[in-house]
Ligand binder design. Structure first.
Ligand code: DX5
Ligand code: ZN
Length: 212
């Protein structure tokens, strides 16, 4: 079954709390976007300190849109977050990041931007738990869905049918079925869930679009 996970991209702890309470009753986990203003032209909360001080039943999957994640990851390893994605474009030392996450028994995702070829992640596929396909340029809510990523995803799914696929960015009930068709197991959704003021309804519409 395809899981739909709300995406939280915020600049303050207050916004984080608002978004958490908007979806806490509706899902088991959220995707927390972390941006450093270097790897992407936007900056969010640091995240690792904020999530330690809040009480919630939600699980956090962290998406590090940061340069040199090897310099960030240690701060996260003792947090409740149990799943991490970092970008292949962001580091010369993917193996170092993978090893640190593995030692801490965290789930490991490797992300690739819409224009990054599959060949960039291929050497690491056996070392990671899932591949995280960006379907927008990373950094912001509301990016334009890039239809051409569907072919890249399908190709990957053909060669690695057992490797879980996460699709992140610009997901709507209209394109969700195409992503599932291309092999996505998890859909990360920001704007569609949070922008219309009714997350329960948005989630319902998304689920309905991919049911059957
Ligand atoms: C993009 C982020 C996404 C984003 C999704 O930089 O990694 O997770 O929050 O939001 P929408 O659905 O608005 O593209
Ligand atoms: Zn994300």
């Amino acid at each position: 079954m395809t899981e739909i996970i709300p995406s939280i991209l915020v600049k303050t702890k207050e916004e984080l709390l608002e978004k958490i309470s908007a979806v806490e009753q509706l899902v088991e986990r959220v995707h927390l976007d972390i941006a450093d203003g270097i790897f992407v032209p936007n900056m969010t909360i640091a995240g690792f300190s904020e999530i330690e001080t809040i009480e919630t039943t939600l699980k956090f999957r962290v998406h590090l849109m940061v340069s040199k994640p090897e310099n960030h990851i240690l701060r996260w390893l003792n947090t409740l977050a149990d799943s991490f994605t970092f970008h292949i474009e962001s580091t010369n030392q993917p193996i170092v990041v993978i090893e640190k996450l593995r030692e801490a028994e965290k789930e490991i995702g490797l992300a690739l931007n819409p224009r990054t070829p599959l060949s960039a992640i291929e050497p690491f596929i056996n070392e990671i738990d899932f591949v995280h396909f960006m379907t927008v340029e990373p950094g912001f809510y509301g990016g334009e869905f890039m239809e051409e990523v569907l072919d890249k995803m399908s190709d990957f799914h053909y060669f690695y049918p057992d490797k879980p696929i996460v699709a992140d960015g610009g997901v709507t009930p209209e394109n969700a079925p195409k992503l599932v068709q291309a092999g996505a197991n998890t859909l990360i959704v920001g704007s569609y869930i949070f922008k219309n003021g009714n997350p329960a309804k948005a989630l319902e519409e998304l689920r309905k679009s991919i049911s059957e």
